[in-house]
Design a protein. Structure first.
Length: 343
C-alpha cells in the first residue's frame, strides 16, 4: 500500500563515526577527478597518492587537488604503507589486474563500474579479496544515493505490492572514433558495460538475478555493442532495459507493482527525484525530493563514506551491493553482449 508519507533516507554522512581512510587513486582521468573532489569537499576521507603510467598526468592531477604524492606506476602506489584503500579508475580492461595487484598488496579496493569486463574476472577478484580478508566493492554510486535508500525501504515495506515490471534506459550520443575507449573491444568498450550496466544493476536491485536474458542490438564497425535492448524474465515479473552510445535518451526508470508505480526522473542513476502513485486511477501521487545538498558528481561522496563505514564495521564487502550480486550482474551483461554480437 502506498504510504501517506515517504521515509527519510538513511545516508552515509561524513560524521557518522566511520574511519578517515587514506586513499590512493589509480588512473587520473575525469571520473577520478570528480571522485577526488567529492572526497575533499564532502567527506572525512583523504587522498594521499595518485598513480599513472604517465608521471606528468599524475603530477598535474595531484597539483590541482593538493595531493601530496604523484607516482609513475601502480607498483609504487601499492608499496606505500600510508595507503589504506585504492580507488581504481582506469579503463575497464585494467580493472581486474589492478584490483588483483592491490589485493595482493593488502589494500582495500573500490573499483569503478564495471567492476571487471566479465563475470569470470569479477569472480577472480572477489575470490582474491575474500581470501585476503580485504574489502572490495564496485563503485556503483547509484546504490548509495539517498533515493536508493528510500526505494529499498518502500520495496521492503511492500508499498508497490508485487512488482511486475521494471523499465530503465541509458543512452548517450558518443561520436564514433577508433581511438575512443568505448569503441575499442580490447578496452572493454561498448554500450552495455559502460552505460547499460546502470540499468541492469537497477533491475537487479529490484528483482534480483533473472531467470532468462534475451537481448538484441547493433554492433559498431569496430566490434563493440552500439545499442542493446534487453528483456530480463523474473518469474511473473519482467525488466525491459535499453542502452545505446548512438543517441542521447531520456535516461529514466520506473517500477510498477500491483499496488502502485514509482517513476524516476532522468538521469535515474544520478541524484534525482521520483513520484510514487497508487495503482487506482486518479489516486493522489507523492513526490520525493532529495533533502541533501549533494548534486551531480558531488554525490560520489556517498559511496566513499559508505565504504569507510563498512570497513570500520569489519566488513569485507558491501551489504547493499554484494560481490555475488556484482558477479550476477556481469553474468547478465555477458549473456546480453554475446547475444547482440551473434545477431
Amino acid at each position: 500500500m502506498i504510504p501517506s508519507a515517504l521515509p527519510e533516507p538513511d545516508v552515509f554522512t561524513a560524521d557518522s563515526g566511520e574511519p578517515a581512510l587514506r586513499w590512493g587513486i589509480v588512473g587520473p582521468g575525469w571520473i577520478a577527478g570528480e571522485f577526488a573532489d567529492a572526497l575533499g569537499a564532502h567527506t572525512a576521507q583523504r587522498v594521499v597518492a595518485v598513480a599513472s603510467r604517465s608521471l606528468d598526468r599524475a603530477e598535474r592531477f595531484a597539483a590541482e587537488r593538493g595531493i601530496e604524492n604523484a607516482l609513475g606506476s601502480v607498483d609504487a602506489l601499492l608499496a606505500r604503507s600510508d595507503v589504506d584503500v585504492v580507488y581504481i579508475a582506469t579503463p575497464q580492461s585494467d580493472h581486474a589486474p589492478t584490483a588483483l595487484a592491490a589485493i595482493a598488496a593488502g589494500k582495500h579496493v573500490l573499483v569503478e563500474k564495471p567492476f571487471t569486463v566479465t563475470a569470470a574476472e569479477a569472480r577472480a577478484v572477489a575470490d582474491a579479496a575474500r581470501a585476503a580478508g580485504v574489502f572490495a566493492m564496485e563503485a556503483m554510486w547509484s546504490r548509495y544515493l539517498p533515493q536508493a535508500s528510500v526505494l529499498r525501504t518502500l520495496l521492503a515495506d511492500g508499498a508497490l505490492g508485487a512488482v511486475r515490471s521494471v523499465l530503465a534506459d541509458h543512452g548517450q550520443a558518443i561520436p564514433f572514433g577508433p581511438d575512443h575507449r568505448l569503441f575499442r573491444p580490447e578496452l572493454g568498450g561498448g554500450a552495455l558495460l559502460d552505460l547499460g550496466i546502470y540499468a541492469v544493476q537497477f533491475a537487479s536491485m529490484v528483482l534480483g538475478t533473472p531467470d532468462r536474458v534475451t537481448a538484441r542490438g547493433r554492433m559498431t564497425e569496430s566490434g563493440v555493442d552500439a545499442s542493446g535492448s534487453l528483456v530480463l524474465e523474473h518469474g511473473a515479473a519482467q525488466a525491459v532495459l535499453h542502452t545505446t552510445i548512438a543517441a542521447r535518451t531520456p535516461t529514466t526508470a520506473s517500477i510498477a507493482g500491483t499496488e502502485g508505480t514509482i517513476d524516476f526522473a532522468g538521469p535515474f542513476y544520478n541524484p534525482t527525484t521520483f513520484t510514487i502513485s497508487a495503482a487506482a486511477h486518479g489516486s493522489p501521487a507523492l513526490h520525493w525530493q532529495d533533502p541533501t545538498p549533494l548534486r551531480g558528481f558531488a554525490a560520489l561522496a556517498w559511496e566513499a563514506t559508505a565504504l569507510a563505514r563498512f570497513v570500520g564495521e569489519g566488513r569485507t564487502e558491501s551489504p547493499l551491493h554484494t560481490l555475488d550480486e556484482t558477479i550476477s550482474i556481469l553474468e547478465t551483461v555477458d549473456t546480453a553482449r554475446a547475444q547482440i554480437a551473434a545477431g
